[in-house]
Design a protein around this ligand. Structure first.
Ligand code: PLP
Length: 369
């Protein structure tokens, strides 16, 4: 079965191999060396001043950003399940929330953000997804962040980049906290969450808030090459290997380029079959197709062609097909997915199979600029 869901993504053989070695103790010079190397590569990938790693899923990092970086009122973009999650977290911690809601296919607008800040001068933190994974949408985070800082540089900009870090270049100039997680573009099993932090964020954290997700307590230990509590040693060892492959062996420009070509080739190939791309501004992390018959297509993909893709949630349950582009994916596997989509549509009697999606995919992936 080819796993083509936008998280979890397949864990490459080499990563699984390094994680199969016997466990080492976390309070040892051996582990400290591994941890320091991992953290410095992570900071390079995130392009931030510092970074903190938590043993949790991505949601833990979202929570840490809400508790440590929002002191009075949160402005939150909600264009899907993950934006909604920021709202739920903020409310769970009794924060005042101003919510900007959009359809799941519609990117946030800078003017709406500016207007909300003008009407609520006590907003001190802004939360947004770079890619909102529920609809495969790319928010113009960099633009919005720049506009916010022009109004009030004290407002902390928190960007959830769980399906963007390692997928596409992110301009972090005006971003204060950049969240990522292990099981998406970083091709690891779930269980690690990471936050890149700017100087502004580091100053605002101060003594930190909370206990397990206290960023100040963790940062203090992590700068010394250890963790406040037991480190997720196996996952950290895996992360060091992933970052070595991405940064030192392949190079991020090459990764971004391959991902972009895979995403573009997939979108164009599927549009050529008459399918409808759901988001108005698609992110490169995944292709989301809107189709009334999505469930039958997904079943055929899985049962006849060995391809597992994701569906939609909430009001889009049964209406969406989400195909992953994150991680290191062989182009022939991605071509197999679009070819299987064409076969599935043909099986349903909607079109005649001609191998067209495969042809278009390969043409764009290999030959177009
Ligand atoms: C996957 C994901 C998360 C985190 O989800 P967890 O299940 O807690 O790892 C957060 N934001 C986005 C945009 C995601 O895609």
């Amino acid at each position: 079965m080819l796993l083509f869901t936008p998280g979890p993504t397949p864990v490459p053989e080499r990563i699984r191999q390094v994680m199969a070695a016997p466990t080492i103790h976390h309070r040892t010079p051996e582990f400290t060396k591994i941890f320091k190397e991992t953290r410095s590569m992570l900071i390079e990938l995130l392009d931030m001043k510092d970074a903190v790693i938590f043993a949790s899923t991505g949601t833990g990092a979202m929570e840490a950003c809400v508790t440590n970086l929002c002191k009075s009122k949160a402005l939150i973009v909600n264009a899907g399940k993950f934006g909604e999650r920021f709202v739920k977290i903020a409310k769970a911690f009794d924060k005042e929330v101003v919510e900007l809601q959009y359809d799941w296919n519609t990117a946030a607008k800078k003017d709406d953000v500016i207007e909300a800040i003008r009407q609520n001068p006590d907003i001190d933190a802004f939360f947004i997804q770079i890619c909102e994974s529920s609809g495969g949408l790319r928010h113009p985070v960099e633009d919005i962040a720049q506009a916010i800082k022009a109004i009030d540089p004290k407002i902390t900009v928190v960007a959830d980049g769980i399906t963007a870090v390692g997928v596409e270049p992110i301009d972090t100039t005006h971003i204060d906290a950049l969240i990522t997680g292990s099981q998406k573009a970083l091709m690891l099993p779930p269980g690690l969450a990471m936050v890149g932090l700017s100087s502004h964020a580091l100053a605002k954290i101060g003594d930190g808030v909370g206990f397990y997700f206290n960023m100040a307590a963790e940062l203090k230990k992590q700068r010394e090459g250890t963790t406040a509590y037991t480190a997720a040693t196996t996952l950290i060892i895996g992360l060091r290997e992933v970052l070595t492959i991405l940064l030192k062996e392949i190079g991020m420009d090459e990764i971004y380029d391959q991902t972009d070509r895979r995403a573009t080739a997939t979108r164009v190939a599927l549009e050529g079959l008459g399918l409808q791309i759901y988001p108005q501004k698609p992110a490169n992390a995944m292709t989301a197709v809107y189709d009334e018959d999505a469930e039958n297509i997904r079943k055929i993909l899985k049962n006849r062609y060995g391809v597992q893709v994701a569906g939609g949630q909430d009001h889009l349950k049964g209406k969406l097909i989400r195909i992953n582009h994150m991680g290191l994916i062989e182009p022939y596997e991605a071509a197999w997915v679009v070819d299987s989509m064409e076969k599935a549509l043909s099986d349903l009697g909607r079109i005649e199979y001609r191998g067209e999606a495969n042809r278009v995919f390969n043409n764009i992936y290999y030959f177009e600029e």
